[in-house]
Design a protein. Structure first.
Length: 142
């Protein structure tokens, strides 16, 4: 049986919040936990990736089910929304591999949801990109 420590839950929560519209620093926490010689580095990468993907799914759901309300709350102009949708329709599928990027990743997930992009493809592409990022961050320790 796999033991999940309190710090694993903190890493999961940090990664989840980092990939929603809230700022966070899951990378720093991952690096801190990787310093422990007894840590399972692959497990930590998995936990961070899972949390980060779950956060992106939350942002996707906000776009899919509440975009007509949320864009007014965040005061995003209709012109910017139209331009974002046009860019996503042109570059969206490969761009989802970069949903981990600061500033660009969250709106990308929000627009994917508002355009009702396939959730299965969304999760697959976002997971690949986020797993690659966390693996690269953890690679010196693995």
């Amino acid at each position: 049986m796999l033991w999940v420590s309190e710090l694993d839950w903190v890493l999961f929560a940090s990664a989840l919040l980092s990939s929603t519209l809230f700022p966070g620093g899951s990378e720093a926490l991952l690096l801190y936990q990787l310093q422990n010689p007894e840590s399972n580095d692959y497990w930590l990468v998995f936990i961070a990736t899972l949390g980060n993907v779950c956060g992106s799914v939350i942002t996707y759901a906000m776009g899919r089910y509440g975009f007509q309300f949320s864009h007014r709350w965040f005061q995003i102009s209709d012109t910017k929304i139209k331009r974002a949708k046009q860019h996503f329709q042109r570059w969206g599928t490969p761009a989802l591999l970069f949903a981990w990027l600061p500033i660009l990743g969250d709106p990308l997930c929000l627009v994917a949801g508002s355009l009702r992009y396939s959730l299965l493809y969304f999760i697959a592409l976002v997971s690949i990109g986020k797993l690659a990022r966390y693996t690269l961050i953890a690679s010196p320790f693995m």
